[in-house]
Design a protein around this ligand. Structure first.
Ligand SMILES: [Zn+2]
Length: 333
């Protein structure tokens, strides 16, 4: 971490400022060290990443967190998946932020995963703070290492270690629905945003009752499987995605494949590695909530947001860039 990150940080427990004790430092980047406050236990900085994860991990919700956090770390460190051109297009589609307007703005990437969208914001000149609960932060730091303007932090979205009204823009792409409570996670981000500035979120949509029921049935099993076993099952499912893609010209096969997908969801991404990642991503995390447009719009309204835009409605019913998610952006009043 760069020392100037300290200006934004607060302990999520005692709300006190941190005192930095650097161990190893490299060209102004603190690689190892500790952050201490009034709390008895200091937070470590490890591999250049502050790990602001308070609390003992003994109780039940915390254990479930760990399962979610581990599943993403496990998966995203396994594959190299970055395509900057696509990532830029997706970033723009899912945030509604103009890439040309990012320069010099302080941005929070709430749930950065492997850091691909932080990278997009970073190369367009934004000052990015990228946060994730999982060990994917290490991948995010690696990916953004050559950019001096992306800082990575491991922390919990439900109790982020930042001062209020710190950020010019906040986005969260495909992450809030993996917290114990999507709406609470959204609400926790709003105080961190400056007044008059924008927040964009993308979450999973609610399906038909049949698909929801089937999905719950399968996930009830898969969220308990050991990761290596689940990984191999996802590898086995990769040809299904391929067949679905290739079956475009054969209506019978296409219909059969989509009927299977409605019963057992699998990824149909053109890149087989992303298909495996996406499918794993689907079946491994402890939490996966689905929401309607009305619900999410209601969260924005309840927070008194203005200029609320349903980004999904700006495009076709299903845009490959935007995915099928529920996607809103709004301005803090
Ligand atoms: Zn503290």
């Amino acid at each position: 971490m760069k020392r100037d990150l300290l200006n934004l940080l607060l302990c999520p427990l005692c709300r006190g400022r941190f005192h930095l004790t650097p161990g190893e430092e490299h060209e102004g980047d603190v690689i190892e060290g500790t952050l201490s406050c009034a709390c008895p236990q200091p937070y470590p900085i490890h591999y250049g990443i502050p790990r602001v994860l308070p609390g003992d991990l003994g109780n039940e919700p915390e254990r479930m967190y760990v399962r979610t956090a581990k599943s993403f770390g496990w998966e995203w460190r396994r594959y190299e998946v970055q395509d900057v051109k696509t990532d830029q297009a997706v970033f723009h589609a899912k945030t509604g932020f103009a890439l040309a307007g990012l320069e010099g703005r302080l941005i929070l990437d709430a749930g950065c995963g492997g850091g691909r969208y932080s990278y997009v914001a970073g190369i367009h000149g934004a000052e990015v703070v990228a946060v994730d609960l999982s060990l994917a932060v290490e991948k995010a730091r690696e990916l953004n290492a050559q950019l001096g303007n992306v800082q990575v932090l491991q922390a919990n979205l439900m109790s982020l270690p930042f001062q209020e009204e710190s950020f010019d823009l906040i986005y969260s792409i495909g992450v809030l629905h993996h917290t114990p409570d999507t709406r609470a996670a959204f609400n926790a981000l709003i105080p961190l945003l400056k007044k008059g500035d924008r927040i964009a979120i993308w979450v999973y949509p609610r399906w038909t009752p049949y698909r929801e029921r089937m999905n719950r049935f399968w996930r009830n099993i898969t969220t308990r499987l050991p990761y290596p076993l689940l990984h191999y099952l996802c590898l086995l499912a990769a040809p299904l995605g391929w067949l679905t893609l290739k079956a475009g010209k054969t209506p019978l096969i296409r219909n059969v494949m989509w009927a299977i997908e409605k019963t057992i969801p699998f990824s149909t991404h053109p890149d087989w590695r992303i298909r495996v990642c996406d499918t794993f991503d689907w079946y491994s995390p402890q939490f996966q909530w689905h929401h309607t447009e009305e619900e999410v719009e209601g969260w924005f309204k309840e927070k008194g947001m203005k200029e609320i835009i349903n980004l999904g409605r700006l495009q076709d019913a299903y845009s490959p860039l935007r995915g099928g998610g529920v996607n809103f952006v709004g301005t803090k009043a």
